[in-house]
Design a protein around this ligand. Sequence first.
Ligand SMILES: Cc1ncc(COP(=O)(O)O)c(C=O)c1O
Length: 400
Amino acid sequence: MPCPVIASHTRRKRIASRVADIEVSAIKQMAMRGGKVEDVAALTWGVPSFRTPVSIRQAVARALEHDPDIGKYALPDGLPALRHAVSAHHEAITGLRPDPDRNVMITAGNIQGLNSLFHVLLESGDEVIVTDPGFASHLQQIRLCGGVPVFWPMDEAKGWRLDLDRLADLVTERTKAILLVNPSNPTGTLFSETELRRIGTLARAEDLMILLDDPYSSFLYENRDRFFHLASVPGLHDHLVYLFTFSKCHAMSGWRLGYMVVPKSLKREVLKVHDATIICAPRISQVAGLAALTEPSDHLAEFESVLVRRRELICARLDTLDHVFAYTKPEGAYYVFPRIIASHENSWEFALRLLDEARVTVTPGIAFGPSGEHHVRMAFCVDDAAISTAFDRMELLFPR
Ligand SMILES: Cc1ncc(COP(=O)(O)O)c(C=O)c1O
């Protein structure tokens, strides 16, 4: 006879379906698989090779030494000094000054900030329009909060441009938001002012939120003059949340720090989720962020110049493998998203073959949406040596 206690436990479903139904993103899956392989050449995860700049490290060292509160919680929406610095910085880049108390929220990075927003915005079955391809983790985040990602295919034949004529047709009664990353991860596309303004106009007309997730706007290469900041449009302030992360441009991915500029009505709601899930971003990281925004920031240009070199390197190496990959040169960010033209089954099979047979990790393109199938994402924020080794090995695996 079965034990009655065990029987009643096993009848209960232990894992909630909203968790059981999602996956660890393929980026992290590949990074974890690669971590078990000795001397792997890793192009899978967009972790910049740079060290957190010395001015930031020194500010933290001073605070550890002299600030008796450094080990304590901060206010849930962040240290006032950092919120004021964010407000000034946001005004410097957009011309619009958010109120540090009503509009600025310090987060533990953009993934955490978006997680709070999706909790606030999404009822089960609500829809979020995402570019296809778009950032893999966004898809899991939306699903985790009961939402449905609606794919907005980009046009690969036109260098991964947005197809604005299709956007209006994707909006339904259930659409809550449009999620944008500019320049794009994984394609490196830089969206034009015209495209972005049209998205803004539609969001206002349909009463949708635009969630502008910004890890990469420091990395624009020769296209800086073409960059347009959608958060600089005054009429959009009630329809736009701007999320900035320190992870990439300040080489602070392990500090877990970001900020959001949100409409006042949303900040109230986001605070509830923030309080219930994380309380506050780590105070020590907020001290680091304050230094990043207020100390000289020569590292931004230095990092960009290194990335320019790495972009040239990876494009040159892709050119020599033109029987394996066809690619569009990225306009910004630090990813390239080549189509696989060598014989293969699908992007997962190809990525696993590269790992098994060449000790190279890339991310299978299907993780970024249906349009990503038959592609892989390669990150060129890693050391030059990792790029060179990865391509030396792929050249051996795919002789002409
Ligand atoms: C588009 C996008 N959003 C968010 C993140 C993660 O940001 P954070 O480290 O601030 O959570 C990444 C990291 O790769 C990203 O590419």
